[in-house]
Design a binder for this molecule. Structure first.
Ligand code: CP3
Length: 353
């Protein structure tokens, strides 16, 4: 008999035997086996663009740990790379675009991207990984939010002040809306293609939504994510596809995010789960929200912080355990074993009927 995956059940707030858990950036530099493949692949982008290697590193954390999901190894910047903005990952610096967006003219000239052509390597990685997983755990597909991708395209890389994109927001709002519209359309096709290729769950990362003023968050980030939620496949081949929306520092906007039509909301550690559950837990599932720095702590510390997080959510389904942001590259991989054991052991009593 086919039983539904724990992750999918929790995302739809259906009963589970224990809280499902996966880790943002679970395939990453904290794993020696990742660093080894990454060194062989020359650089990070080559790794993303070689489906067999992307599949191999996606599976690495699952070989080591009893996780409840795989997340396809890729990046939110595959989209602007497909727009030919000249993406490079500079060692110890992060992403950089040789041709950033500087004007309305640049925006008008952005090409239309076909996910099965320019981004075929992502779809091939999903197809290869999906076959290798043999349905043992669900595969999560993902994309960046239009706003978060736009910040990288306009800033030309990572930023501290976000002055270029904020200048565009206040000085040329129509231009920025044109860019966000183009990104939304592209992302709808991209996410749908990921679902058709085999993604069982989809997640949008809005890492930089929290730097916007309130109500600009609604106009420049949430509205576009809502447009995506409403226009992507929510059922495919008879299976419902859960949609997770993660905005970092989203505390002030939780009610609005929960009304977007998504199935689950990702939270960072600044928002206590009990408060979030009171506010929106009757509408959507919650994912998160352990501070990734807890993994620097000892066994007792990790166990106590896991217990605290589980206690905050409380009894019943609708919680997917995760960190509040990606795992840091200098975390000892043993600490992840401790974390997962703690979630498995301490969450079961919250699910007894
Ligand atoms: O979670 C996973 O295991 C899936 C893989 C994944 C990566 N990036 C791999 C990656 C996911 C989901 C992302 C999303 C992503 N990428 C986000 C949103 C989530 C977040 O972290 O806020 C953002 C903002 C990016 C853009 C990006 N990619 C930056 C700023 C950097 C450099 C910073 C860093 O950590 O080095 C990357 C590179 C990147 N993406 C790495 C990985 C494993 C490190 C690359 C390497 O050196 O091997």
């Amino acid at each position: 008999m086919f039983t539904q995956h724990r992750l999918i059940q929790a995302l739809f707030r259906e009963p589970v035997d224990r809280t499902p858990v996966w880790i943002m950036r679970q395939a990453g530099r904290y794993l020696p086996e990742y660093r080894s493949v990454r060194n062989k692949a020359k650089d990070f982008l080559t790794l993303c663009k070689t489906p067999e290697l992307a599949c191999e590193v996606t599976l690495q954390p699952l070989e080591r740990y009893p996780l409840d999901a795989a997340i396809i190894f890729s990046d939110i910047l595959t989209i602007p790379d497909a727009f030919n903005l000249g993406l490079q990952f500079v060692e110890n610096e992060g992403p950089r675009f040789l041709n950033p967006i500087q004007s309305l003219r640049d925006i008008e000239q952005l090409p239309t991207v076909d996910p099965e052509t320019e981004l075929r390597y992502v779809m091939d990685a999903i197809r290869t990984t999906k076959a290798a997983l043999q349905n043992k755990v669900p595969l999560i597909g993902f994309a960046g939010s239009p706003w978060t991708i736009a910040t990288y395209m306009v800033e030309g890389g990572s930023s501290k002040s976000f002055s270029k994109i904020k200048k565009m927001l206040y000085a040329e709002p129509e231009a920025l809306h044109r860019l966000l519209e183009h990104l939304s359309k592209t992302l709808i096709n991209y996410i749908n293609a990921q679902i058709v290729a085999g993604a069982d769950v989809v997640m949008i990362f809005d890492t930089w939504g929290g730097i916007l003023s309130n109500p600009d968050y609604r106009d420049f980030s949430l509205n576009y994510m809502e447009d995506i939620v409403k226009n992507v496949l929510r059922v495919y081949e008879g299976k419902r596809i859960p949609f997770i929306l993660f905005t970092k520092n989203s505390g002030p906007y939780l009610s609005a995010i929960a009304c977007s039509g998504c199935d689950a909301v990702g939270l960072d550690w600044t928002m206590p789960l009990d408060k979030a559950r009171d506010l929106i837990g009757h509408k959507v599932a919650l994912q998160g929200n352990l501070d990734p720095a807890v993994l620097y702590g000892n066994v007792a510390c990790i166990q106590s912080e896991v217990k605290k997080t589980l206690r905050q959510f409380g009894v019943g389904s609708g919680h997917v355990f995760n960190l509040g942001h990606g795992i840091y590259p200098d975390i000892d991989p043993e600490k992840v074993t401790i974390l997962l054991e703690a979630v498995h052991t301490f969450s079961a009593p919250y699910h007894k009927s």
